[in-house]
Design a binder for this molecule. Structure first.
Ligand SMILES: CC(C)(COP(=O)(O)OP(=O)(O)OC[C@H]1O[C@@H](n2cnc3c(N)ncnc32)[C@H](O)[C@@H]1OP(=O)(O)O)[C@@H](O)C(=O)NCCC(=O)NCCS
Length: 211
């Protein structure tokens, strides 16, 4: 199944994939894992403006990536924060790259100009992942979050999405850009990465993800 836009029905699987980043690690600064209903609500809220993508293998969602507003003040309207979560059993099979490739292509089509990612340190996989997708370091917020009994640094990464034109039009909301001719191509772009086209992800034996 190709990459597609998440729906509220994906909520329980999204919650299961996200859970370790909340419960066991400081990857996310949330303290309590959201359940499926809460993830469904988030999907509805986010996709009113920006993409939330999922990747399925044999009918099961194995990973997701989404973009949300960077900050609320109007001058930040062209900037988003992005994040990806791939089921532990399916990592390093090109799913994250596929998801981000489609995500960044859709964001560009919408007219966003900058994508940012905040990575709680240490997270060498996420740092290597973002750098391989063209993100460059901005700087580190030292000891910015307290979770699981200690303080954590967050390193920020940036990736330019556009040419930063003079007088830019406001980014088009996701439902509007889903109607334009280039949308299907942007969504499918992740399935055209070398790993995906060579079938690397599909031919490697993926351990069965946790229910
Ligand atoms: C970060 C994450 C989304 C990457 O997804 P993934 O599907 O495993 O990554 P991919 O297989 O698409 O890897 C793409 C590239 O990223 C880099 N990369 C990914 N994981 C890596 C790892 N563990 N070590 C080193 N490099 C890594 C590599 O350059 C890789 O290309 P290659 O396999 O051809 O060398 C995944 O590790 C994950 O979900 N981690 C837990 C949650 C998390 O930390 N999310 C990020 C929040 S900021």
């Amino acid at each position: 199944m190709p990459i597609r836009i998440a729906t509220p029905a994906d909520g329980p699987r999204l919650a299961a994939i996200y859970r370790p980043a909340v419960v066991s690690l400081a990857t996310s600064f949330e303290l309590a894992p959201p359940n499926g209903s809460e993830m469904a609500r988030r999907v509805t809220r986010i996709t009113a403006r920006t993409p939330w993508l999922v990747e399925e293998e044999t009918g099961e969602v194995l990973g997701y990536a989404y973009a949300s507003a960077h900050r609320d003040r109007p001058a930040y309207a062209w900037s988003v924060e992005v994040s990806a979560y791939v089921d532990a059993a399916a990592q390093r099979h090109g799913l994250g790259r596929a998801l981000y490739t489609s995500l960044l292509a859709i964001l560009t089509l919408q007219g966003f100009q900058n994508a940012y990612a905040g990575i709680t340190l240490p997270n060498p996989a996420s740092i290597a992942f973002h750098e391989s997708l063209g993100f460059t370091p901005v700087g580190t917020y030292r000891l910015v979050g307290y979770k699981h009994g200690r303080w954590h640094d967050v390193q920020w990464y940036e990736r330019s999405l556009g040419a930063h034109p003079a007088d830019p039009p406001p980014p088009r909301p996701l439902p509007e850009v889903m109607q334009v001719a280039g949308f299907a191509g942007a969504l499918a772009m992740g399935d055209k990465t070398p790993e995906r086209e060579s079938g690397r992800a599909r031919t490697r034996k993926l351990p069965r993800p946790r229910p």
